[in-house]
Design a protein around this ligand. Structure first.
Ligand SMILES: C[S@@+](CC[C@H](N)C(=O)[O-])C[C@H]1O[C@@H](n2cnc3c(N)ncnc32)[C@H](O)[C@@H]1O
Ligand code: FES
Length: 459
């Protein structure tokens, strides 16, 4: 047998509809996390592989685990059992002692019965014309999203974080957030069902994800950035009309938007850019690059990443006057702010400067229509030294423009929010760049939802 790993552990993490027994509801994910931690601790992660799997057909007995190559099934493995499970057998390929798992015959009979029951249920559902579960979840997808956005808007997680470890009642939270007790109780219960809050004896507490990301003073407080998603809700509510008329129902240019919009927007860009910028910069050959221009550079996170990559490099962030004071604020805490300058300007009408070795347009082209992109690239070409490169960082669609999903959905985000913006394919980017006088355009795929398109000004 070709066996790349000494041991392969499959853990069922299948989710099922409300009130249907499943491994996800019984702690399958926590079992995986605990297994991985114990195996890492034992220094065996290079020869013991742990992966999640779908339903194994023993749902009432979850979380269920299979260990290969032995092929032994374990049932009702709880996170608390994992240290002993790993120590007393898993690492040596011995069946774990002192377990009361069903014998293989019982397992086989239960799994076969489960499969037959599932097929009967699906057939009955289809005959009755009930929406398939995945379609139903897709259609109602806005409900969990709106629940979390409202909690962020009302700052519920901060209100809960202020309390003692014993948590707070819904009446406490309602009073701290100036909301109705009746409305707050329904909101908090829904947040418990979504796994963002914990509830015990009528009192609520933040679950770990809320405690880490969603309250004031949290280690990775993401509220400022997530307020941008709250703002997007209003725009997406107009999608039907936008599709009818081919553009936004109400549009304000970036320069006309107030600080209530601009600050969360730039915070959202910054949060994303902080971990994306090293990936982008790491994918580029920076030999000989001394002067970088970041057009529409937002918080300056990309320009700062270039400056960090080379000590002899200076960068310029070109953005609107309503944004550059925010850019400066972010740069002042970046550690390389002395080598990153800001320039005020409108990328549609103003010139960008001269003799840059590299110009980055990150998340800019999707705001613009095809002709506007060709105009942007012409101005970038004028700002480059001969042989200099333009780097586009954006969603890059497949040739049929129907995927990847993140880029296809982002085209709608631009439809509701910009006059002519969209997501474009690699083929379209290459055509825009060729029209603007660039040569050698090529895509540089990145891990994650966005890619690079790089081209050169002829030498
Ligand atoms: C989607 S954000 C991208 C920010 C940054 N490049 C990044 O990837 O994080 C678009 C940026 O373009 C800037 N912008 C929008 N319209 C502009 C214009 N007319 N002139 C200059 N900058 C503009 C915005 O202020 C914002 O910083
Ligand atoms: S959900 Fe895990 S075995 Fe069915």
């Amino acid at each position: 047998m070709r066996q790349p790993f000494r041991t392969h552990v499959l853990v069922c993490t299948q989710e099922k509809p409300d009130r249907t027994p499943c491994c996800a509801a019984n702690g399958g994910r926590q079992v995986i996390e605990k297994l991985q931690a114990e195996i890492d601790r034992a220094g065996r992660s290079s020869d013991v592989l742990v992966t999640a799997c779908g339903c194994l057909g023993l749902c009432e007995r979850g979380p269920n685990v299979i260990v290969y190559p032995e092929g032994r099934w374990y049932t009702r493995l709880q996170p608390a059992d994992v240290p002993a499970f790993v120590r007393d057998g898993l690492l040596d390929g011995r069946p774990s002692a002192e377990r009361e798992d069903p014998d293989p015959g019982t397992i086989r009979a239960e799994v076969n019965e489960h499969r037959a029951k599932y097929q009967r249920a699906m057939a009955a559902r289809g005959a009755a014309g009930v929406l398939p579960e995945d379609l139903d979840v897709l259609v109602r997808g806005f409900q969990p999203s709106r629940t979390v956005l409202t909690a962020i808007e009302l700052d519920v997680f901060t209100a809960l974080g202020q309390g003692s470890d014993a948590g707070a009642t819904s009446a406490d939270v309602a009073s701290r957030t100036s909301a109705s007790p009746h409305g707050m109780e329904a909101l908090l219960n829904a947040l418990v069902s979504l796994g963002l809050l914990l509830k015990k004896d009528g009192r609520y507490r933040n679950a770990p994800a809320a405690e880490t990301f969603l309250r004031a003073g949290a280690p990775h407080d993401a509220r400022a950035a997530l307020k941008h998603t709250v703002q997007l809700w209003d725009r997406w509510g107009t999608l039907t009309e936008c599709v009818r008329q081919g553009g936004p129902v109400a549009h304000l240019d970036m320069a006309e938007r107030g600080t209530d919009w601009t600050e969360p927007f730039i915070a959202a860009m910054h949060r994303h850019a902080t971990f994306r910028a090293p990936v982008v910069v790491g994918a580029l050959d920076l030999a000989g690059v001394r002067r970088v221009l970041d057009v529409g550079g937002g918080s300056g996170a990309y320009a700062a990443a270039f400056a960090r990559a080379r000590q002899d490099l200076t960068a310029t962030v070109f953005d609107l006057p309503s944004v550059t004071p925010l850019t400066r604020r972010y740069l002042d805490t970046s550690g390389v702010g002395d080598r990153v300058h800001t320039v005020n300007g409108d990328l549609r009408t103003d010139a960008y400067g001269r003799d840059f070795d590299l110009v980055l347009a990150s998340a800019i082209c999707h705001m613009l229509g095809p002709d506007e992109n060709v105009a942007l690239f012409r101005k970038i070409r004028a700002a480059l030294a001969p042989g200099g490169r333009v780097v586009v960082h954006d969603f890059v669609l497949d040739d049929d423009k129907a995927g990847p999903r993140s880029g296809a959905l982002f085209a709608l985000n631009m439809l509701v929010g910009t006059l002519h913006g969209s997501s474009y394919s690699a083929e379209e980017y290459c055509a825009f760049l060729a029209q603007a006088g660039f040569e050698g355009a090529r895509t540089v795929p990145l891990p994650g939802p966005t890619d690079l398109v790089v081209a050169a000004r002829p030498a």
